[in-house]
Design a protein around this ligand. Structure first.
Ligand SMILES: NC(=O)c1ccc[n+]([C@@H]2O[C@H](COP(=O)([O-])OP(=O)(O)OC[C@H]3O[C@@H](n4cnc5c(N)ncnc54)[C@H](O)[C@@H]3O)[C@@H](O)[C@H]2O)c1
Length: 453
């Protein structure tokens, strides 16, 4: 891999130049109908809705997932989907000749003209990128790639991933990228649980290894949305995704800091944010909360920080924001301790109910949810902790403990209710009768005996 800077560690890639030595070739005509037969590798929160959008465009889709359990859940209608997508899935699978073929056999991608890779890219417990799934998926795709295919990586990752895990191994296999196979990066913007940002209406960015790679990938993505913005390289597209999610992380950290400052100044941070949000330019509202979860905001900036560290460089603003974000759940626990102490109760033995444990409303996803750390810390401190969430039956805390949803939370007495996620179905009338509520969503102004973090 060519490098702009000498990499200080051999396992941390440096940023490759946008276009290596060879001049870009003129765009060749696209000969097949792009995306008419698409393989989607990884059918999770991103890959499944993407497959359904492709089916809706008239494509035939080969949905490949390494997990037979995941495929069983999809077949049995247990996948967490928006209502429209759920209807689409039922209709698709009921058809005599379903346009979505589900399989664990990666070799079936040979039937596709386009391959989209959407596998998870989490961080490990040291906040370093965990590339296990991505490396495995890319290696399998490379092993089964055939001339004529367009391969589009969509998983969020470090700058240079597309070249490292697809372009170089394809070339090593003897497949000429830009002539026999076409490779691009097009980051995902699926927003699970939110039907205001539908895929059809959400622009995609794409950067190919050559202009022809970009053109082919853009044509395939145009099946999902007509709004495709072309960039000059996979690296520009990879960095675009890292900017989007780092921007959110930094702004959420800032909103949390403002929430703390406003509390000290006896101000309502929501009123302040709403006030600032009346400005029609130069301001974008972000909300404070109990921390961040999911597989984007708590993870993606660490892909960038890891790469920057490898180059012996610093990104102090991002590092500070990520430290603030990581510390937020513990701050919630400190606030719980403080509020209970104010009511003359130690945390030991206190009855604390967490309302909502998913990382955001409307999804059943608890990955990296701040609630897990909050529950774990409270249990360790000896509190009697329960949770309620219409979408979740059981949670596992970071230290391996398991907690089941409280069946009868309204029949029991709680010293403190922590509203962690504003799931629909939260009974506000019941909440009004509670002795003390810690509103970590900052959305329940007007509730009696309400405290904020
Ligand atoms: N979830 C989101 O809100 C969101 C939004 C935008 C981008 N992204 C990014 O999209 C990517 C996918 O995220 P997700 O949330 O869909 O993940 P996910 O965990 O929901 O799903 C990934 C799926 O990939 C499968 N898988 C893992 N390894 C595989 C392999 N080698 N071959 C085939 N299948 C394999 C898993 O079994 C799982 O079903 C990540 O890079 C994520 O950062 C996620």
């Amino acid at each position: 891999m060519s490098q702009l800077l000498p990499a200080a560690r051999s396992d941390v890639p440096a940023i490759a130049p946008a276009f290596p030595a060879a001049p870009p070739e003129p765009a060749a005509a696209v000969t097949t109908v792009p995306g008419a037969r698409t393989a989607v590798v990884g059918l999770g929160y991103v890959g499944l809705p993407t497959s359904l959008a492709l089916v809706a465009s008239g494509a035939r889709v080969i949905g490949v997932d390494i997990s037979p359990d995941r495929l069983d859940d999809i077949r049995a209608d247990r996948a967490d989907l928006l209502d429209d997508d759920r209807d689409r899935l039922r209709e698709t699978l009921r058809a005599a000749d379903p346009a979505l073929r589900l399989t664990t056999a990666i070799g079936e991608i040979a039937d596709a003209d386009t391959v989209l890779i959407c596998v998870p890219t989490p961080v490990d417990r040291h906040l370093a990128p965990d590339l296990t799934a991505l490396r495995a998926a890319c290696a399998a795709v490379v092993a089964h790639a055939r001339p004529g295919q367009t391969i589009v990586l969509t998983s969020t990752s470090y700058v240079g991933t597309t070249r490292d895990l697809l372009v170089a191994p394809l070339a090593a296999r003897g497949l000429r990228v830009g002539q026999e196979v076409w490779v691009a990066f097009a980051p995902e913007r699926v927003d699970p649980g939110n039907d205001r940002h539908r895929q059809e209406l959400t622009p995609r960015v794409v950067g190919g290894t050559t202009p022809d790679c970009t053109a082919r990938a853009a044509a395939a993505l145009a099946r999902i949305t007509p709004l495709v913005h072309r960039l000059s390289s996979p690296e520009a597209a990879e960095m675009t995704k890292l900017l989007e999610n780092t921007f959110r992380a930094v702004n959420i950290a800032l909103a949390n800091e403002f929430a703390d400052l406003c509390r000290d100044l006896h101000l309502d941070v929501t009123e302040v944010i709403d006030g600032a949000d009346t400005k029609p330019y130069g301001f974008m509202a972000f909300q404070p909360g109990p921390g961040v979860g999911g597989h984007c905001i708590p993870c993606d900036p660490h892909y960038l920080l890891w790469q920057v560290r490898g180059q012996r460089r610093e990104a102090p603003l991002i590092e500070t924001a990520m430290r603030g974000i990581a510390a937020r759940p513990r701050r919630v626990v400190d606030r719980i301790r403080e509020l209970l102490a104010g009511a003359g109760r130690p945390l030991l033995g206190a009855r604390v109910l967490i309302a909502g444990v998913t990382y955001k409303p409307g999804v059943a996803d608890v990955r990296e949810s701040p609630a897990l750390e909050i529950i774990g810390e409270l249990v360790r401190a000896g509190a009697e902790v329960g949770f309620v969430d219409d979408l979740v039956d059981t949670v596992r805390t970071p230290d391996g403990g398991t907690l089941h949803r409280v069946a009868d939370h309204t029949d029991r007495e709680w010293d403190l209710v922590v509203v962690h996620t504003g799931q629909s179905g939260l009974d506000e009338a019941w909440l009004r009768g509670q002795p003390m509520v810690l509103d970590a969503t900052y959305r329940l102004a007007g509730l009696p005996r309400r405290e904020v973090v």
